[in-house]
Ligand binder design. Structure first.
Ligand SMILES: NC(=O)c1ccc[n+]([C@@H]2O[C@H](COP(=O)([O-])OP(=O)(O)OC[C@H]3O[C@@H](n4cnc5c(N)ncnc54)[C@H](O)[C@@H]3O)[C@@H](O)[C@H]2O)c1
Length: 374
């Protein structure tokens, strides 16, 4: 198979979808890899690094999309990239379609087959291609929140860990999955008072054991959240219902309960945001204020630390890229049924039920869509 790796075009995105190690494994297995010149630059990977492992360099995105049977990316395709997709081509990347009806319709119209990293499942129903970026985003969430609490940045002016004689700040993490656990680990490390809220009791049990009493776990009822908001200096939103639009766990009316210039970090913004007042922001302009509360809602948080994030991502995606190149989509699904849940669009039809429901389009099962497209 000919695999194409374009340079990412989303604002402040410095990751790349394949590292030189991946090029080596694909070319050793007899596949061809076309990398857009400069694609690795943001992650400190040169064209020569790719060429040394057998990649062919292409001058622009048009050449990569034109030649490749499978496009491997990091972020959802931007309009100029959607225009380059075609029927019969496979796109493998983060998509987050439930929060983006327009992109969903454009991908359907492209005729391409689109596999979303964030909905691929493993044998245990976990999300192996979301997890590495959630680990990174969770750690950044607390760092960013701590920074935004500083007075010159518009925050309350409180140090997360306090000092001897002055109390620590209170951090509330809503959603104790991969993002939430990593955010809490950093907050505990910074010596804040940390509370993790979730609706899954088994998950709360796991967190309680993992933290050994260094943070409190609480069932995330609306009342419990309301009772905690007046104390919180930093609230990190990290809830997820697989593939669906994020539920709102803090409403606008509840902002009035919070301290002036407290900080909300909405990591779930890529699924539409879990605070009612959230809207997507970028690394160059990461925050805005609503009712005296600072909101940080960057949709590609790991893009800020590409030297970590590119390798964390490609370590996880490479086995899937190899399987898709080797067996094609239907063959790769036969060998690993969890890959089927990653398939969001096939040849003009939506094949992932939560996305079809969220954007109001018809749904067809992956197997039926693949059979029909043959
Ligand atoms: N902004 C970014 O750059 C970025 C990067 C990585 C991940 N994310 C996003 O972060 C979010 C969380 O990802 P994750 O990997 O931690 O997911 P996860 O599935 O590991 O964890 C989600 C947790 O939310 C809990 N939950 C669901 N509904 C809830 C509710 N109403 N109240 C309280 N808890 C609830 C679940 O029980 C689960 O423990 C996702 O939307 C993901 O796409 C964003």
């Amino acid at each position: 198979m000919r695999v194409g790796v374009p340079r990412e075009t989303k604002a402040d995105e410095y990751r790349v979808a394949l590292a030189p190690a991946g090029v080596r494994e694909l070319t050793d297995a007899g596949h061809e890899v076309v990398v857009q010149s400069g694609a690795g630059e943001g992650s400190a990977i040169s064209d020569a690094d790719y060429a040394a492992q057998g990649a062919r360099l292409a001058p622009d995105a048009e050449a990569v999309f034109g030649e490749a049977e499978m496009i491997v990316k990091v972020k959802e395709p931007q309009p100029s990239e959607v225009a380059l997709l075609r029927r019969g081509q496979t796109l493998f990347t983060y998509l987050h379609l439930a929060a983006d009806p327009e992109l969903t319709r454009d991908l359907v119209a492209s005729g391409a087959t689109c596999v979303a990293y964030e909905t691929v499942e493993d044998g245990g129903g976990r999300l192996p291609l979301l997890a590495p970026m959630s680990e990174v985003a969770g750690k950044i969430a607390t760092q960013a929140g701590a920074f935004m609490l500083e007075k010159p940045l518009g925050g309350r002016g409180i140090l997360l860990g306090g000092v001897p004689g002055v109390a620590a700040a209170t951090v509330l993490v809503i959603g104790g999955g991969v993002v939430g656990m990593n955010a809490a680990f950093i907050a505990v490390g910074m010596e804040a008072d940390v509370f993790v809220f979730d609706r899954n009791i088994d998950r709360l049990r796991e967190l309680d054991t993992a933290f050994g009493g260094r943070c409190s776990t609480v069932f995330a009822s609306t009342l419990a959240i309301e009772q905690m908001l007046p104390d919180a200096d930093l609230v990190i939103g990290a809830v997820l219902i697989h593939g669906a639009r994020a539920p709102h766990v803090v409403r606008r009316s509840q902002l009035a309960l919070m301290k002036r210039h407290a900080v909300l970090v909405d990591v779930s913004i890529d699924q539409g945001g879990c605070f009612e007042t959230s809207r997507p922001t970028t690394h160059s302009d990461p925050t805005f204020e609503v009712d005296g509360v600072t909101h940080y809602c960057v949709t590609n948080m790991p893009g800020a630390v590409p030297i970590t994030a590119t390798y964390a991502l490609t370590n996880a995606t490479l086995p899937y890229v190899l399987a898709l190149a080797e067996r094609g989509l239907a063959g790769a699904i036969a060998a690993d049924p969890g890959l089927a849940s990653g398939v969001n669009v096939v040849a003009g039809q939506v094949t992932y039920a939560p996305v079809a429901e969220a954007v109001g389009l018809g749904f067809i099962a992956v197997a039926d869509a693949l059979a029909a497209s043959r």
